[in-house]
Design a protein around this ligand. Structure first.
Ligand code: SF4
Length: 306
């Protein structure tokens, strides 16, 4: 083996390994997005889906994966990518049209100067995001109407959903997340989040692999939401110290037991009466040994240890 071949060999192997990993990542994203679409019946035959494209990594990934899934789907649905150009300073207005034209997907760029409105109404130094997103939401609903789209797809992923869940719990006193499917505020559309099961790390990696032309999200000059940043840090720390914890918390969002929470609107606590029927998997499911979960149908009480 000559010297050149000896140098080339590991490179080729590395490249094959990377290609294999990238292929696995693409398959994983397709599987998770397909699963979320199925679990929530997000897209049906004949739908016209407006995919909101901000120029951030997640919206690019959403569009890319939805286009792959559309080719394989047994149903027919249309996709139209929509970007709202909010006239932020230095917004590179040519990037998205060039990308979307090359991709061959139908698209619409909506030009609305919400940046000036927000700057005019919000005092300097205050956070502008809530007014900005309210304005954006209204515009996107109108555009969906004009384009005849019945579904509006957003690129939020698993970590966005969890962060919102914790923000609501820590700062809003509510057990409330970001649903994978909901009716829009104007009651006219269904908003879907097909990336709901995708980890942010996978979305970030996918954007690198696909070399999406990312448009920075700080053009408006708004300060990063400090509370969200804190939650992000917490989740990162948990994941490092206790692998699997974040996934477990995410699973809990779809395994809710209203009778074991405290919301009288969710469960009829006031009318609760003993019906004489033992529930073997009821209140002891998480007790420590020896009160371990008995087999279904078997109800026994272990004597407490002295
Ligand atoms: S970061 Fe800027 S563009 Fe994004 S929601 Fe906040 S104010 Fe609007």
């Amino acid at each position: 083996m000559n010297g050149a071949a000896a140098v080339m060999e590991p490179n080729t192997r590395d490249m094959e390994k990377t290609a294999h990993e990238n292929n696995k990542l693409h398959k994983r994203l397709c599987r998770l997005v397909g699963q979320a679409i199925g679990d929530f019946n997000m897209i049906e035959d004949g739908d016209k889906v407006m995919v909101c494209l901000s120029g951030g990594k997640d919206s690019y990934a959403l569009l890319d994966i939805l286009m792959t899934l559309r080719e394989r789907a047994p149903i027919h649905f249309d996709i139209i990518a929509v970007n709202l150009d909010q006239k932020q300073p230095n917004f590179p207005a040519d990037i998205l049209p060039a990308y979307l034209t090359k991709l061959g997907v139908a698209f619409h760029i909506e030009n609305q100067d919400t940046y000036s409105i927000v700057k005019r109404l919000i005092p300097e130094g205050k956070t502008t995001c809530s007014l900005c997103s309210r304005l954006r939401r209204g515009i996107l609903y109108r555009v969906a109407d004009e384009l005849g789209c019945n579904k509006i797809a957003l690129g939020h992923h698993r970590d966005d959903i969890l962060e919102t869940f914790f923000l609501n719990m820590f700062f809003g006193g509510k057990l409330k997340g970001m649903p994978a499917k909901l009716q829009s505020d104007d009651g006219k559309h269904i908003v879907i989040r097909p990336m709901a099961y995708v980890k942010e790390a996978d979305s970030t990696r996918y954007a690198e692999v696909k070399q999406f032309p990312i448009i920075p999200c700080d053009l408006c000059g708004s300060q990063e939401n400090l509370q969200r940043k804190q939650i992000k840090g917490l989740m990162r720390e948990w994941e490092k110290k206790y692998p699997g914890r974040v996934e477990s918390i995410f699973s809990s969002l779809s395994t809710v037991v209203p009778s074991h929470l405290m919301d009288p609107a969710m469960f009829g606590f006031k009318d609760l009466k003993a019906d004489g029927v033992a529930s073997p998997l009821g209140d002891i499911a998480f007790d420590d040994e020896p009160c371990s979960t008995p087999a279904p149908g078997v109800f026994s009480i272990q004597p407490a240890a002295d």
